[in-house]
Design a protein around this ligand. Structure first.
Ligand SMILES: *Cc1c(COP(=O)(O)O)cnc(C)c1O
Length: 305
């Protein structure tokens, strides 16, 4: 049983015309958990349950924790999500609505994560938000679907937090023989841990996270995100918060889809395709989605830029 749904591909005349490309959107924002995360998380949870796990533990108050909560409810497993005190009431209530047990512990993600790990028992499994081969295998199903939905695009654009989505897209491109497709890996300047890793030649910890695109806020990317750049063409692109917010607004205006700036960053990335991949004629944007946004919040962000 797969917990994710097959998502539509929308050919966007409007966003394409603005950048002179043939643009398609892979709508991960319509997944039941509101983001692509359920692909990998659902796959990992189902596999760990088959291996005997009866309880899932997460330390993400964001889309990863929400996807674990959704997966646990669907699979009939108990879920514990440990979040720091800084987590919004809305995030806690969304996760709670899925029947997960939300524990508030500590003031930083590190403290919450340590507590989460201390709760592990022999029949429970920790679900990492981005660094697990099962996640990448699951995320890759979005490319499997694309291969049945359209011709191979020249470029695929995805956002990068810890690099799980990027690793999954790469795995999907390879297993579908789409190695010639270039990847544009987009992040915001206040969460540019992938750009830092590429520059250093290894995953490095960036000093601080400072961006509205909180779902991209991993201080260090997984090493797989770097390793795959040796087999496929991956180019990094960093945008400002204002561009990411504008990207979400553009998507909302063009297609009536509400997404986090973490996703808007990839829409903004469209503008860099012609310079980063001068030969490219077509691009797919992974509309990664995210539940951490409301109409009011997007308006506040827009007003502040
Ligand atoms: C998790 C997430 C990302 C980043 O994914 P990584 O696998 O951490 O790189 C981007 N956008 C949204 C909406 C997310 O939930």
């Amino acid at each position: 049983m797969s917990l994710h749904v097959l998502t539509p591909v929308l050919h966007s005349i409007e966003l394409g015309a603005a950048v002179g490309l043939d643009v398609s959107l892979k709508l991960e924002c319509v997944q039941p958990s509101g983001s692509f995360k359920i692909r990998g998380v659902g796959h990992a949870c189902a596999r760990k349950m088959a291996d005997g796990a009866r309880r899932f533990i997460s330390s993400s108050g964001g889309n990863a924790g929400y996807a674990v909560a959704y997966a646990g409810r669907r699979l009939g497993a108990e879920v514990v999500v440990v979040v720091p005190a800084t987590t919004s009431e809305r995030a806690k209530s969304l996760i709670g609505q899925e029947g997960a047990h939300v524990i508030v512990h500590g003031r930083s993600w590190q403290e919450a994560n340590e507590h989460a790990l201390s709760l592990l028992t022999p029949d429970s499994a920790f679900i990492h938000p981005f660094d697990d081969p099962l996640l990448w295998e699951g995320h890759g199903t979005l490319v499997d679907e694309l291969a049945a939905q359209m011709d191979r695009p020249d470029v695929i654009i995805c956002s990068v937090g810890g690099g799980g989505l990027l690793a999954g897209v790469a795995a999907g491109l390879r297993r579908n023989g789409w190695d010639a497709t270039g990847i544009l890996a987009v992040e915001t300047a206040g969460a540019a841990s992938y750009a830092a890793a590429l520059a250093a030649g290894r995953p490095v910890e960036i000093d601080a996270i400072s961006t509205v695109a909180t779902s991209l806020g991993a201080r260090r990317v997984c090493s797989q995100a770097l390793a795959l750049a040796e087999e496929l063409t991956v180019k990094s692109h960093v945008v400002g918060d204002a561009a990411a917010i504008r990207g979400s607004a553009d998507l909302l205006d063009a297609h009536r889809l509400l997404t986090e700036p973490a996703c808007g960053a990839s829409i903004a990335g469209l503008q860099a395709v012609r310079t980063q991949y001068p030969e490219a004629r077509s691009a797919v944007v992974v509309v990664c989605g995210g539940v951490g946004v409301t109409r009011e919040q997007l308006n506040r962000w827009l007003a502040a830029t």
